[in-house]
Design a protein around this ligand. Structure first.
Ligand code: SF4
Length: 451
C-alpha cells in the first residue's frame, strides 16, 4: 500500500536543508507520496529506506525506459485512470515496423520518414520514437543486418526487437549495446531462456500473451524470476479487444494495485488492419486509452501529424498551463525603429503571435509578460495583465534602451486599457493592435511609430 507523506517523513533525515530542491522535508515527503518527485532526490536517505519507500510509493504502472542512459524513451509511471484526476505522465511511444521480409526500398523509406517527419508545436518537437525490428524470416543474419541498419540510419530511434527465437534476440540485443532495446516477446515456452538473456543484456522484456490470462501467467513468472521492467501485449489484434484489454489492465493496476498488469502495453495497429486510415484510427483510440507504445505499419505525415497532436493534447498536464518565459523576444532582427508588441505568456498565444510576426518578415520586438500561463482576456480579468503590471514590466524589461520611439502595440482585445496604460506610461503612445493574430502581418506592414 502507498505510504502517506507523514509516514515517509518519519523515514527520512529531517535536516530541512533544501538540497533536494524543496525547502522542507515535510514538503518533500508530501511530493514523494504524491508521486511528484523521487525519494532518491534526497542525498541523505539510506539505500535501505530508498528501497522501502521506492517500492511502496512506486506508481501502479511501472516506469520502464528504453535506449541510452541520457536519451531514454520513458513509458509508464502512470497513476490515474483519467487525465483530469491528476495528469498522464509519459506520452505513448509511436513506432514503425520494419521486417526482414521487406524490400530494401521499403526499409529505407521507413527509416527516412522516421528521421524526417518531425514537427514543432508550442515549442515541443513532435516525432516518432521507436522502430520495431522484426525477425520475420527467423533468420539471425538477416535480423542482425536489419538491426544494424536501423541503429546506423536512425540515431535517436529506440528499438523493439521482435523474434520467436531467443538466441536471435540475444545476438541482436548485443548489437544494440547501450541503446537498450525492448526484447519481444516472452511466452510461456521461452520465459526461462528469455529471462536469462534479459538479465545478461540488462534490457526490458515485452510479454507476448495470447489473451489477458495468459499475459498474467507470463508476467507472474517473469516477476518471480526477478525481472521488473516489463511491457505487455495481451495478444489483442482488433481495436475493440485491444481497447478493452488496455482498460482492464489500467483499472486492475490503478484501482486494485494488481501487480501482474501494472505495466505499459505495447499494441500493434499495424497488425489489426490493412487500411492505413483505419490503422490511424485504431492508433488514435489506443493512444487515448492507455497504450504505452503503438506500432504502425508505416509513417506518413498526413496520418502522423494528427496522432502527434492528439498525443500532445492528452499528455499535457491539465493543471499546469504551458508557458514561455517572460522576456523581450527579437523577431526578424529588429532595430531601434522596429515595432514593439506585448502579449501574455500562454504558450499557444506566444507561438501563434510570434509565428505571424515571423511570417510578416517585419523586424519586431515582442514583449512577453508573465501572466501565469493565462490567455490575454483571462489574464486581464484575473488582474494579471492590468495597465499597472504592464507598465512595471515595460520599465524593467530594458526595451526602452533598445528603441528610439515610444509606441507600444497592445492586443486588440485590451483596447479599453489604452487610456489607463498611457497614464501609467508617460511619454508612450499606446496603439491598439488587431484582435486576431492572423491580421498582424498586414497591420505590421502598415505600422509607423506615432509622431
Ligand atoms: S535533501 Fe533531504 S534532508 Fe534536505 S530538505 Fe530535502 S528531504 Fe530534507
Amino acid at each position: 500500500m502507498a505510504l502517506t507523506g507523514i509516514q515517509i517523513l518519519k523515514m527520512i533525515p529531517k535536516k530541512n536543508c533544501g538540497e533536494c530542491g524543496i525547502p522542507t522535508c515535510l514538503a518533500f515527503a508530501m511530493k514523494v507520496a504524491a508521486g511528484q518527485t523521487e525519494i532518491g532526490e534526497c542525498p541523505y536517505v539510506s539505500d535501505d529506506v530508498k528501497n522501502q519507500i521506492g517500492e511502496a510509493s512506486a506508481p501502479p504502472i511501472r516506469t520502464v525506459k528504453l535506449g541510452e542512459a541520457d536519451k531514454t524513451f520513458v513509458m509508464g509511471g502512470e497513476t490515474c485512470l483519467y487525465r483530469h484526476e491528476k495528469r498522464f505522465e509519459n506520452p505513448t511511444g509511436i513506432g514503425v515496423l520494419v521486417t526482414t521480409s521487406m524490400g530494401d526500398a521499403d526499409v529505407t523509406g521507413r527509416i527516412e520518414r522516421f528521421n524526417s517527419l518531425r514537427y514543432e508545436r508550442v515549442g515541443v518537437e513532435m516525432k516518432a520514437d521507436i522502430i520495431a525490428v522484426k525477425d520475420a524470416d527467423n533468420d539471425q543474419a538477416a535480423f542482425i543486418a536489419l538491426v544494424k541498419r536501423v541503429l546506423d540510419g536512425a540515431a535517436d530511434a529506440k528499438l523493439v526487437l521482435i523474434s520467436d527465437t531467443v538466441a536471435h534476440l540475444a545476438a541482436a540485443a548485443k548489437e544494440c549495446g547501450a541503446r537498450k532495446p525492448l526484447l519481444f516477446g516472452a511466452t510461456l515456452d521461452n520465459v526461462t531462456d528469455l529471462t536469462a538473456v534479459a538479465k545478461d543484456v540488462d534490457c526490458p522484456v515485452g510479454v507476448k500473451g495470447t489473451n489477458i490470462d495468459n499475459t498474467i501467467e507470463i508476467t507472474e513468472k517473469l516477476m518471480a524470476s526477478g525481472l521488473k521492467d516489463l511491457v505487455i501485449d495481451t495478444g489483442a489484434r482488433t481495436m475493440r479487444a485491444a481497447l478493452e484489454d488496455n482498460i482492464v489492465a489500467r483499472k486492475a493496476a490503478v484501482n486494485k494495485k494488481y501487480k501482474p498488469l501494472g505495466f505499459s502495453t505495447i499494441t500493434f495497429p499495424c497488425e489489426m488492419t490493412d487500411d492505413p486510415l483505419m490503422e490511424a484510427m485504431v492508433a488514435s483510440v489506443l493512444i487515448a486509452k492507455y497504450a504505452g507504445i503503438v506500432i504502425l505499419s508505416d509513417l506518413q505525415g498526413d496520418i502522423l501529424f494528427p496522432l502527434f497532436l492528439e498525443r500532445l493534447n492528452i499528455f499535457t498536464d491539465p493543471q499546469r498551463p504551458m508557458v514561455v518565459q517572460e522576456d523581450v523576444y527579437s523577431i526578424n532582427g529588429p532595430g531601434e525603429n522596429a515595432p514593439v508588441l506585448i502579449t501574455c505568456n500562454f504558450s499557444l498565444t506566444y507561438f501563434i503571435v510570434s509565428g505571424e510576426i515571423e511570417g510578416s518578415k517585419v523586424p519586431s520586438w515582442l514583449l512577453i509578460k508573465d501572466t501565469e500561463g493565462l490567455s490575454v482576456l483571462t489574464a486581464w480579468a484575473a488582474g494579471k495583465f492590468g495597465a499597472d503590471m504592464i507598465s512595471q514590466f515595460i520599465k524593467k524589461s530594458g526595451i526602452e534602451d533598445k528603441i528610439k520611439h515610444r509606441d507600444l502595440i497592445i492586443p486588440g482585445y485590451l483596447a479599453s486599457m489604452k487610456g489607463e496604460l498611457e497614464e501609467e506610461l508617460p511619454g508612450w503612445t499606446i496603439t491598439i493592435g488587431p484582435r486576431e493574430a492572423g491580421h498582424l502581418p498586414a497591420f505590421l506592414k502598415e505600422w509607423k511609430p506615432a509622431a
